[in-house]
Design a protein around this ligand. Structure first.
Ligand code: HEC
Length: 149
């Protein structure tokens, strides 16, 4: 019985320490910059379908129209999401297309979709709507190719 009590105390202490650590993480200022800057210039989409597919699969990280979910306010998820959006927007931003000329390799867009690199796999569990079937992937790739040419 005594050993059982000891184990219980250890478990409770362990859980308490983890809770305190998670609580303290919330005070780290990084990950709270949930700003959606204005949409400056979108590409001239070849069709509304292309935009809808891009919106479903890419806009959260590659536009200024990010939907920030509730868990984006909770560290450590907030850090990963902030980093994805900051880096994603910097590489390719469908809301600041005037910068697209500086994007060195627009062909890469089709490639990352074809190879399943984008969206990143960690994104799918919370965003099942971003999972495109083969036909949708093809439509997005050729649509984006027609859009950027
Ligand atoms: C969850 C966030 C997220 C989503 C959704 C997402 N991306 Fe990305 N993307 C990133 C990040 C972060 C980077 C920069 C880091 C990297 O290259 O892995 C990036 C980089 C890229 C690059 C540059 C690749 C390179 O090697 O430089 C392209 C092109 C791209 N994404 C296209 C897309 C397209 C097209 C979609 C939609 C089908 C999409 N991404 C969806 C986060 C995302």
């Amino acid at each position: 019985m005594k050993i059982f009590l000891k184990i219980l105390v250890i478990i409770v202490a362990f859980v308490a320490v983890i809770a305190v650590v998670i609580l303290l993480l919330q005070f780290i200022p990084y990950g709270k910059n949930h700003v959606n800057p204005p949409v400056v210039k979108e590409p001239t989409w070849d069709s509304p379908t292309t935009r809808i597919l891009a919106q479903r699969a890419c806009f959260d990280c590659h536009s200024n129209e990010t939907t920030w979910p509730w868990y984006s306010n909770i560290a450590p998820m907030s850090w990963l999401i902030q980093k994805d959006v900051d880096e994603g927007r910097q590489k390719l931003n469908f809301s600041e297309w005037q910068r697209a000329a500086s994007f060195d390799d627009l062909d890469e867009i089709g490639e990352v979709i074809r190879e399943g690199e984008m969206p990143p796999f960690v994104y799918y569990p919370m965003h099942p709507e971003a999972r495109l079937n083969e036909a949708e992937k093809q439509a997005l790739i050729s649509g984006l190719e027609n859009t950027v040419r």
